[in-house]
Write a protein that binds this ligand. Structure first.
Ligand SMILES: [Zn+2]
Length: 406
């Protein structure tokens, strides 16, 4: 048994001062107050001092990091991406495809399904060196069912009109591992594909869309429950023609994610979306690409090239993903929306886990997986644990933490 204590714990939305967290076989078995509970004999205690415990971050939309893209045909890609994610507090993620030729997409889906199934088989999450790595939980299909008018940098020649047959081909190609799908509801047949994907347990997300209000509402009626990088790659909001954004912001069935890097959205728009959707329906994503954690230069996103300069990724002048990390997104949301840290942490933990239908992650509660991070009061990630096992290679600040065994 492992025991952890710190200055406070965020569940995320509730705060426990001086908690004692007991972990057995990778799961939280008890959360109590340090003052009222002796450490069980035989348990080793890790004391994080002034640190705050929070659930590990869950990223629903990430294309790559550390020089690699999740669609790369390389055994080094996911491990490199995961090591970078761990440094920024992410403990599970949904590798996200971009629009590509069907054959390329199907090959990527097969590799990603292999990786997800392999991680399910080695359940202890430790690699050969005994260190934990973030876990891919399912695939996010961003494209090919998106709008030409709002495609962003997705290649136009590979966009497709949705059909049940095409969706099924992608679903079978992923061996049922697609857990999220971004789709433009105005495309012909979109409502029936949305309904079928939702029936198979996919979180259907409206995005890359030029839909008017009524068409977006039809997508929601068919089963869409989320919105992808709200405001980006969407018909703009107009007070007499509210469009998809009017539906996303006003419909309580829908949660919404945002890229809060200070580049994709003005801080006042971040505050507006956060207030419209509230602390239970606001979700942070990174939309990070291979350039994340790397110097300025030219990188790839799926099969196309992107220029990265000082935090901005562009292709022919259009924004093309981000180099955002989740810890920074959390701090930015607190700063832009004026939210306490616990609410911003919820937008990176329990909200994404819930909308993707993942039980036992995104919260610190009895029965949950012991995926947690240690933050300082400024929201910087000091340490990352998955199933109670630490990820290595974190910030040098970890050396200041006290450890004892007893
Ligand atoms: Zn994306």
């Amino acid at each position: 048994m492992l025991a952890f204590t710190a200055a406070r714990l965020l569940t995320p939305l509730e705060v426990v001062e001086h908690p004692l967290v007991l972990v057995e076989e990778g799961r939280v078995v008890e959360i109590s107050l340090r003052s009222g509970r002796p450490v069980p004999s035989g348990a080793s205690l890790l004391d994080f001092g002034d640190g705050w415990l929070a659930p590990g971050y869950v990223d629903l939309h990430i294309h790559g990091s550390a020089g690699f893209d999740v669609m790369d045909d390389s055994v080094d890609a996911l491990p490199a991406i995961e090591r970078l994610l761990a440094r920024h507090g992410v403990t599970s993620y949904f590798p996200t495809t971009v629009t590509a030729p069907m054959e390329t997409t199907l090959r990527a889906l097969e590799r990603l399904a292999d990786a997800i199934e392999k991680r399910e088989r080695d359940r202890n999450n430790e690699d050969a060196e005994g260190q934990a790595r973030p876990v891919p939980l399912g695939i996010h299909l961003e494209g090919p069912f998106i709008s030409h008018a709002r495609r962003g940098v997705h290649p136009p020649q590979n966009l497709l009109e949705p059909t049940l047959a095409l969706f099924d081909q992608l679903w079978q190609g992923s061996r049922g591992r697609v857990r999220m799908m971004t789709i433009a509801p105005e495309l012909k047949n979109a409502p029936e594909v949305i309904a079928e994907a939702a029936r198979r347990g996919v979180c259907v997300s409206l995005g890359h869309s030029d839909a008017d209000f009524a068409t977006a509402e039809r997508g929601i009626a068919a089963g869409a429950r989320h919105a992808t990088h709200t405001f980006n790659a969407m018909r703009p909001l107009d007070h007499r023609s509210p469009g998809i954004l009017g539906a996303v912001l006003s419909d309580d069935r829908v949660s919404a994610d945002m890229i809060v890097d200070g580049v994709h959205l003005d801080p006042s728009i971040v505050k507006l979306v956060a207030e419209a959707k509230g602390p239970e329906r606001t979700v942070l994503i990174t939309d990070a690409i291979s350039a994340t954690g790397m110097p300025n230069g030219r990188y790839h996103l799926g099969s196309f090239e992107v220029d990265v300069l000082d935090g901005k990724c562009t292709l022919n002048g259009s924004l093309a993903g981000s180099v955002l990390t989740m810890d920074r997104a959390v701090r930015n949301l607190s700063s832009f929306a004026g939210w306490e840290l616990c609410k911003s942490v919820a937008a990176a933990t329990q909200n994404p886990a819930r909308i993707a239908g993942i039980a036992n992650k995104g919260t610190l509660a009895v029965g949950a997986d012991a995926d947690f991070i240690v933050l300082n009061a400024e929201g910087e990630v000091l340490r990352t644990f998955i199933g109670g096992v630490e990820c290595s290679g974190l910030s040098p600040k970890r050396n200041v933490m006290k450890e004892n065994n007893g």
